[in-house]
Design a protein around this ligand. Structure first.
Ligand SMILES: [Zn+2]
Length: 83
């Protein structure tokens, strides 16, 4: 799974843009990140790009999703779904 770098295009107090690294949203859901950020598709408030090599995820929502989802086993999916 690829990671994605989100740049929030609202300046913080120091005049800098906040950036964070997330799990990519993938093919389903229509979001740039697994935690549901749209990556700027519907507005100007953020920008999305592939994360640099070696970047570490620093989004607690993505971490929580990863922790929850990895408990589900392949045999819990119906055969049609898990093709
Ligand atoms: Zn995230």
């Amino acid at each position: 799974m690829s990671l994605v770098l989100i740049t929030h295009l609202e300046e913080d107090e120091g005049g800098a843009y906040r950036q964070d690294i997330h799990i990519e949203g993938g093919q389903c859901g229509g979001y740039a990140t697994a935690c549901g950020l749209d990556g700027g598709f519907s507005g100007e408030e953020m920008r999305s790009e592939p994360a640099p090599r070696g970047a570490k995820i620093n989004c607690s929502a993505c971490f929580q999703l990863w922790k929850e989802f990895r408990r589900v086993r392949l045999n819990q999916f119906s055969p049609e779904c898990a093709k």
